[in-house]
Design a protein around this ligand. Structure first.
Ligand code: PLP
Length: 374
């Protein structure tokens, strides 16, 4: 049985070049970057070279990049810091954000009594920009937090436009770019974005490495107190090999972007065509979605909902029902709940997400497994 991985929105396979680079650093640069001797200086040099590379690829300066373990950490830090340090009194978000955002916002609402407004979601899964503008017309210190690419349905935010709107209304803008960093062009120097977050494991890098961008001039209290690492903003000895792996993964992601995007786009198109052909009663969720995510309602009876992932897994096929943190539960996805009719919500939905490691044969196997399960 060939194992088939169609869950790249959950996490991705590491590129071999990334593993090689990490192993080199693990062997050669095991010094503590804070040590002043040659071992330390060498590790520090590796760390700062990675930071400069990431900053160059993202169109910002190295000082604006803070290394974290993942995006959840960055989002928690920024949203809490916005309220406690930047005196934000209201957060505007949507009900289809990742739980890293949603649960942090809920906590801030309870703990600090901040106002929370949710931008309406259109049936396509896109945000209602007119509603965002309406909400922003109220004069109160505001942070807007919206994701770039939705991790379940793949809808895409117009970063340029939304950034401009936030800027015009003097609102801070945090964008969860977890699904888009390394997979699309983002030039921070051309955008009105104050904060972004990323996790390396989403772009063929290692788990346990991420970065946060904080626009120059914005000052937050440290995420972790302790040593002077990360300009004292996130104390703790840096995981140099992880950071190097992240920088390499981002570099290759951007270098190979056009070629890989066109290959993946083609796979997604093939998958959507095959799905329509095999399951004419099925539905594709969301429109104008990102090139590596396809979310579908499979036209099976409700009773099959609980077993579909298990059944596919038994055949060696990995897909998701929603975000990875929710799969395994049969609670309907909070994202689909915003856009689907009650009757469709009860049916099985699948998030099929691709990478350049997939082939059309993978999709054929998935389709035939679904046919057998019906
Ligand atoms: N935001 C989005 C859009 C995601 O897809 C994820 C992971 O699924 C996260 C945030 C959280 O990322 P991590 O678990 O790497 O912190």
């Amino acid at each position: 049985m060939k194992n088939i991985y169609l869950d790249s929105a959950a996490t991705t396979q590491l590129r071999q070049e990334v593993i090689d680079e990490m192993i080199t650093v693990l062997n050669a640069d095991y010094g503590n970057p804070s040590s002043t001797h040659s071992y330390g200086r060498s590790a520090k040099n590796v760390l700062e070279t990675s930071r400069k590379l990431i900053a160059k690829l993202m169109g910002c300066s190295a000082q604006e990049i803070i290394f974290t373990t993942n995006a959840t950490e960055g989002t928690n830090w920024i949203l809490k810091g916005a309220v406690t340090d930047l005196k934000v009194k209201r957060i505007i978000t949507t009900k289809i954000e990742h739980h890293a955002t949603l649960y942090t916002v809920k906590h801030l609402q309870t703990a600090f009594g901040i106002e929370v407004d949710y931008v309406r979601i259109l049936p396509s899964g896109a945000i209602d920009v007119t509603h965002l503008v309406e909400l922003l017309s109220k004069e109160v210190a505001t942070l807007v937090t919206l994701m770039h690419v939705n991790n379940e349905i793949g809808t895409v935010l117009d970063l340029e436009k939304v950034g401009r709107i936030c800027h015009q209304h003097q609102a801070l803008f945090h964008c969860d770019t977890v699904q888009s960093v390394g997979k699309t062009e983002i030039n921070l120097s051309e955008l009105h974005v104050d904060f972004i977050v990323a996790s390396a494991h989403k772009f063929h890098g290692p788990k346990g490495a991420g970065f946060t961008y904080i626009k120059k001039g914005i000052s937050l209290q440290p995420l972790l107190f302790g040593g002077k690492q990360e300009k004292g903003l996130r104390a703790g000895t840096e995981a140099v090999h992880q950071v190097v792996g992240m920088a390499k993964a981002l570099e290759l992601g951007i270098l190979l972007l056009e070629e890989e995007r066109s290959y993946i786009q083609d796979l997604k198109r093939y998958c959507a065509d095959q799905f329509r052909l095999n399951f004419p009663e099925g539905k594709i969720n969301g429109s104008d979605t990102f090139y590596n995510i396809l979310n579908v309602v499979v036209p099976f009876s409700e009773e099959k909902t609980a077993m579909i992932l298990f059944n596919l897994d038994m055949k060696g096929i990995a897909v998701s029902r929603g975000s990875a943190c929710q799969s395994g539960s049969i609670k309907p996805s909070h994202v689909l709940a915003e856009i689907l009719l009650e009757e469709d919500l009860k049916k099985p939905s699948l998030r099929i997400s691709f990478s350049h490691y997939n082939t059309k044969e993978d999709i054929d196997v998935l389709m035939s497994a679904l046919r057998e399960f019906n």
